[in-house]
Ligand binder design. Structure first.
Ligand code: HEC
Length: 100
């Protein structure tokens, strides 16, 4: 339902539905506190993550899992805390991130 509203809004604004909805999800879950598309912050950039999983089988599932359960030791010393509230949106977020 929420996704439908976002899509309806996006088409009203003339934006790409999927990209708009996913960027909204990043803001909704405050992922941008630690991540940016191309600027290294506390967490790796979406581009770095997409590059790392390029060509990987099941990449969307692996990344969606990492979002919900958290991650540590893959990109550096700082761990990512689990984001259980993002569970329902994890697949869409993973798709969005891997599209960078
Ligand atoms: C408190 C800071 C913080 C927040 C908030 C945060 N992350 Fe992270 N994230 C990190 C750090 C640090 C890493 C690197 C962990 C590592 O090296 O394994 C990371 C790694 C990741 C990865 C890479 C996982 C992998 O296995 O390749 C993804 C995807 C990711 N974050 C997505 C998200 C999404 C989506 C959100 C919002 C729901 C989010 N993060 C919120 C800090 C954060």
């Amino acid at each position: 339902m929420k996704a439908l509203i976002a899509l309806a809004l996006a088409s009203t604004l003339g934006l790409s539905g999927a990209a708009f909805a996913s960027a909204e999800l990043v803001t909704k879950h405050k992922c941008q506190t630690c991540h940016s598309p191309d600027k290294k912050m506390m967490g790796p950039t979406w581009k770095t993550i997409a590059a790392k999983h390029k060509g990987q089988k099941d990449a969307e599932k692996v990344v969606a899992d990492a979002i919900v359960k958290g991650s540590k030791g893959v990109y550096g010393k700082v761990p990512m805390p689990p984001q259980p509230k993002a569970k329902d949106d994890a697949a869409a977020l993973a798709k969005f991130i891997l599209g960078h």
